[in-house]
Ligand binder design. Sequence first.
Ligand code: URA
Length: 210
Amino acid sequence: MSEHLTIVEHPLVQHKLTLMRDKGASTASFRRLLHEITLLLAYEITREMPLTTRGIETPMEEMDAPILAGKKLAVISILRAGNGMLDGVLELVPSARVGFVGLYRDEKTLQPVQYYFKVPEGLKDRLVIAVDPMLATGNSSAAAIDLLKEQGATDIRFLCLLAAPEGVARMKVAHPDVPIVTASLDRELNSKGYIMPGLGDAGDRMFGTK
Ligand code: URA
């Protein structure tokens, strides 16, 4: 992907996002909508996966038909909210390997603290899609990408639902080589690091923990 930031403006994505933002959305519908939007965002982020051709026979004749060139994929969920996007990507690419990066945000410093890290081997040969619904300060996302690069990953994309300008700027400085795909670039962060207008705490809303 050549663009650093891609905003998916497809009407279905925007419609579903509005339903998710509404504070009246139930936990069940928030989760379902996130899953559905992820399918559409994952479609966009995999748009440039390399193709080759395979000779096949249709019932009518032989043809050289396009097929994925076989670059392996790893989906990395940035815990815990990333888990809400994982199944959506896996539905499109069922053979992908899966990893988890556990980072929580220190509420005072807003800096990421690592508590879990488990990723598939051979990241250097894979297309790596890191998922986290909220790109807020960008501190956790940048730290997660640092860890993936330490494991050899070179072809990384970042998939999120909402992005704040501050987070996009932080990622552009820290990881200009990592394209970001999102459903919306929101206005700003508030003083507590929440995205405005945003949708609140994505983890709490999808898991019903508040
Ligand atoms: N994380 C969230 O869940 N929501 C925000 O607005 C910012 C970070």
